[in-house]
Design a protein. Structure first.
Ligand code: FES
Length: 405
């Protein structure tokens, strides 16, 4: 047994200086310090001051960027603004500013730590042999001494300003990571007024307006871009030649076709012979398109296929002839199930490849989705336009805690 491996009494350990305990610790751990050199052996070396100044600068950048991030996150006007609105520029800058400030905050701290280790902490090469088993008292005492030694040689103890800046930058970088989580704390059941986007809770969509007696047309998105116009009726947004949403008639779809449709109230319908370019309906149309659970796939099955369709119990009259309307929100985790494969009558979700059978009430037949796509009851009004015959009879999209089915 080497001398360092013998048992030490408390008196012997108490009598040792920190240096001696640190040296003993390295020996007990089988560590050999092959090389060690202080970066600045001479006090007040100008090079040391330059190195410390560079670290200060990076820490200050990190701190300022962290404060800027929190300022932007809390106070910046982030709400969506239409092109041409006064605050449109502020809105578009919100996300880039969050990215730049959070990046700088973390980079500032990172560069400072790297610089500190490379320029201030002594250069050292140590080699250690591994050993098994729990640590003995002597090991515990000596490791404490070694940590003390590291603290001393790092010179952080006497650099109070650096300690403060390092602490500040670390806290702010941590806040940069943690603070955005605050935006996720919301009450999903806090209902606002029911509108074309639902009432904000998970139970509702624009189609829920049907429960209040509102006529809802199935309308397709023309993609028309609105421009600001000032006319007799004042300044408003309108599209040229065609509305953003137009109502769909049965003859608009070929057999085997699929069209994505959104709810459109009679009040906001502005198409066909009654199209009036001066009417200001664009914003409401966009709200309908942006309603998170509003998109519906209107599918016209080929007649030969439709004859084989199997209806879900209680939903036998939800379709209109060969036309079926299914929610476009995947029941797995809510992607848009955008693909309809007419040859097989399958609806495909591109996110995780779930497949639903349009001939069997949107039942999942492949992939991770476990529930059928909810079906919207539809009919055609006296003018030939598709309208919702009712609201969906089950929640749309993926599962949530309170959901029982
Ligand atoms: S979200 Fe559709 S399969 Fe996952």
């Amino acid at each position: 047994m080497s001398d360092s491996k013998r048992t030490y009494t408390d008196q012997e350990l108490n009598a040792m200086s920190n240096d001696e305990l640190a040296r003993l610790g390295t020996e007990l751990d089988g560590v050999t310090v092959a090389y060690r050199k202080a970066r600045f052996p001479v006090a007040n070396d100008p090079a040391e001051k330059r190195a410390v100044r560079a670290i200060y600068i990076w820490l200050a950048i990190g701190i300022l960027a962290g404060i800027a991030f929190l300022g932007v996150y809390i106070f910046w006007p982030w709400q969506f603004q239409l092109l041409g609105d006064d605050n449109h520029m502020f809105h578009t800058l919100y996300t880039p500013l969050l990215g730049v400030t959070s990046g700088l905050s973390i980079l500032g701290l990172g560069f400072a730590v790297v610089l500190y280790v490379k320029r201030i902490v002594p250069e050292e090469i140590s080699v250690q042999r591994r050993h098994d088993g729990p640590s003995e008292e002597v090991d515990r005492r000596t490791i404490t001494a070694l940590l003390n030694d590291s603290w001393e040689t790092s010179t952080l103890g006497r650099r109070k300003a650096l300690q403060g800046l390092l602490g500040g930058a670390g806290i702010l970088a941590g806040l940069v990571v943690v603070a955005p989580l605050g935006g996720m704390i919301k009450n999903p059941w806090k209902a606002s007024e029911l509108g074309i986007m639902g009432d904000g809770t998970l139970w509702t969509s624009g189609w829920t307006l049907h429960n209040e007696g509102v006529t809802l047309y199935l309308a397709r998105d023309t993609g028309a871009i609105a421009e600001e116009h000032t006319g007799d009726s004042g300044t408003h947004w309108t599209t040229t030649g065609i509305s953003r949403l137009v109502r769909v008639r049965a003859e608009d779809l070929d057999a085997g076709a699929m069209e994505t449709v959104y709810p459109l109230t009679a009040e906001d319908a502005n198409d066909g012979e009654n199209y009036d370019p001066s009417r200001d309906v664009y914003e409401n149309h966009m709200h309908s398109i942006h309603g998170p659970r509003n998109p519906v796939m209107l599918i016209r099955l080929r007649t030969a296929d439709a004859e084989k369709a199997i209806e879900r119990e209680g939903q036998e009259d939800f379709h209109y002839g060969d036309y079926y309307a299914y929610s476009k929100i995947c029941t797995h985790i809510g992607c848009p199930t955008s693909l309809f494969e007419a040859q097989t009558n399958r609806i495909l979700c591109p996110c995780h490849q779930s497949q639903f059978d349009a001939l069997q009430y949107g039942k999942p037949i492949f992939g991770p989705a476990a529930r059928a796509l909810p079906q919207l009851p539809i009919e055609v009004d006296e003018e030939g336009y598709f309208v919702a015959k009712g609201n969906f009879i089950e929640p749309l999209g993926p599962a949530f805690w309170e959901r029982t089915s």
